[in-house]
Design a protein around this ligand. Sequence first.
Ligand SMILES: [Zn+2]
Length: 302
Amino acid sequence: MSFRSLFVILLLLSACSPKTEYDLIIRNAMIYDGSGAAPVAGEVAINADTIAAVGKLENAVGKREIDAQGMAVAPGFINMLSWAPVSLIEDGRSQSDIRQGVTLEVFGEGWSMGPLNEKMKQEEKAQQGDIKYDINWTTLGEYLDYLVARGISTNIASFVGATTVRIHEVGYDNRPPTPEELERMKALVRQAMEEGALGVGSSLIYAPAFYAKTDELIELCKVAAEHGGMYISHIRSEGNRLLESVDELIEIARAANIPAEIYHLKAAGRTNWHKMDEVIARVESARAAGLQITADMYTYTA
Ligand SMILES: [Zn+2]
């Protein structure tokens, strides 16, 4: 075989080598991978519901291709503090959030859609506003299944509300639960955890949530901790008693052996702004001692 004919055969081979084919290629995107690193320009290839390749994919073709020139591609955003549990019943398409990139809605900052007793269901029915709906669930897991069965665009998850289990047993009374009531509250948390709750959520700035003392919250969190859950809290005060409230969250984390997150950390009121350095110092100190304390914050002026 001459050199010339070998060259021709090689040319033919390269022309015939099939391009890798994917279901979908998003081209010319700025890719944010979620690690916090700077974005990179490139392509993302997807097969079915799985990312198959990321990078420069000039030699690949997509059955469908999207030109994302001038746009960012990122993992779905998580709405950590979603109050969409009712609006998603009305319209599961979640247009307002999903068009902003939110693909996971996390409910349960203090109140959750279960567990409910008959009295709570009646109250909820009576308080319904524009969105009217039947309450065909009792536990938190049943509510989440109900929403999925109706059909929703986003993924969903929920904490079980410390307020919700308190109302379930104690109602709106300003008193500690009896030992029997507390046991039943713990059993409700246990059931919610077994159904997939992320942990216990409290919102201690509102009645009747703030009737709960620290030891009550510790007892509920111990149950969540046994199931790998975490504690999240709109803490008791974000202003004049901010430091005491951060201390309470850290105490709950320590006593219940549970990771704990301060929701929307802030120092409310000009006279309290100077406390933020001390808040961060206390969180850092707790973390150095081995506790898993985290915080999140608004990304806007609130
Ligand atoms: Zn809050």
